[in-house]
Design a protein around this ligand. Structure first.
Ligand code: SF4
Ligand code: SF4
Length: 97
């Protein structure tokens, strides 16, 4: 994901999926995220987000979506609840020689 300028990015966290591991909070280069009193990730300084994509890429529970503010957040629903995005599968290895 290309790095984008501050102030035009939207960070959405799905608290039902967040297990509060703190990876996103610890490694966000702009300190955009924090943990709330329920131990879930929350957005504290959205205007600082540079859309580097680290949090979205490394969240083990697919609980973060980072978008340009003009783009709608597309979340697939399944039985009335948001469905996690599928991460890209690693390329299949050849069978060898
Ligand atoms: S990385 Fe994901 S699961 Fe961990 S605290 Fe952040 S949003 Fe929650
Ligand atoms: S995209 Fe980068 S700057 Fe924005 S919240 Fe995630 S880790 Fe922080």
């Amino acid at each position: 994901m290309a790095r984008k300028s501050k102030g035009n990015n939207s960070v959405t966290i799905y608290p039902d999926w967040c297990k509060g591991c703190g990876i996103c909070v610890e490694f966000c280069p702009q300190k955009v995220l924090g943990l709330n009193d329920q131990g879930k990730a929350t957005v504290v300084r959205e205007a600082n987000c540079i859309r580097c994509g680290f949090c979205e890429l490394h969240c083990p529970d697919f609980a973060i979506v980072v978008k340009n503010k003009e783009e709608p957040v597309e979340v697939e629903m399944e039985n009335g609840t948001p469905k996690p995005k599928a991460k890209a599968k690693p390329k299949a290895k050849g069978k060898g020689a």
